[in-house]
Ligand binder design. Structure first.
Ligand SMILES: CC(C)(COP(=O)(O)OP(=O)(O)OC[C@H]1O[C@@H](n2cnc3c(N)ncnc32)[C@H](O)[C@@H]1OP(=O)(O)O)[C@@H](O)C(=O)NCCC(=O)NCCS
Length: 171
């Protein structure tokens, strides 16, 4: 298995490479832009820049660990899952699943794999999930993962985050 690969036998998570960029751009939709407060659709150059920064963080084993998500038996990129170490033994978890692959348990499985990694490989004791008010899918997913509502806080673009906290390791 390639370095940094995670799998549960159904999904396989791998760091993105530049060849994944067009598929990533094609997977973006209005939901994703809204819930990540993007001011405009991502361009190929934005995604390539993002992938380079992810690769650099993997190279240095930095604070940001991002994986592309696929099924073990299919070449299609389904989305991504992301951890950022934020201090105090905490990581921030976020996820994206492209529209045609939603509601199949992909985000849930990918999050569980990433959370296991956060606990075993990053020493994290708590995962934080920040969900913009109104993002029902992500809100329900956070609760389904076992997270508890903590507080509200302002987002960067003037919205309101609901902040959830999840004790690691998850059962
Ligand atoms: C949020 C998102 C990642 C969920 O991905 P997904 O693969 O469809 O989620 P799953 O199939 O693993 O669903 C797990 C649980 O999440 C909740 N959920 C997911 N989609 C939902 C929806 N449309 N409505 C209500 N609950 C939903 C459910 O509780 C679901 O469990 P269930 O299927 O047993 O009811 C996906 O909708 C997405 O990419 N949205 C746009 C980007 C985004 O909002 N990212 C999060 C930013 S905080």
């Amino acid at each position: 298995m390639a370095e940094h690969t995670l799998t549960d036998g159904v999904l396989i998570l791998n760091p993105l490479s530049a060849i994944d960029a067009p598929e990533w751009v094609a997977g973006e939709d209005e939901e994703q832009r809204r819930w990540f407060e993007a001011s405009r659709p991502a361009q190929l150059s934005d995604v390539l820049e993002f992938i380079v920064s992810c690769q650099e963080s993997w190279r240095t084993m930095g604070d940001h660990r991002h994986w592309g998500i696929r099924r073990v038996d299919s070449p299609f990129l389904l989305g991504g899952v992301d951890l950022r170490a934020i201090g105090n033994d905490q990581v921030n978890l976020s996820y994206i699943v492209f529209p045609q692959f939603r509601r199949n348990g992909v985000a849930r499985r990918a999050s569980e794999l990433a959370l296991k990694y956060a606990s075993t490989s990053m020493g994290a004791k708590t995962a934080i999930i920040k969900v913009l008010l109104g993002n029902v899918s992500s809100h329900n997913l956070a609760l389904g993962l076992g997270a508890r509502y903590l507080r509200e806080e302002p987002s960067d673009a003037g919205g309101t985050f609901q902040v959830f906290s999840l004790k690691l390791p998850v059962a």
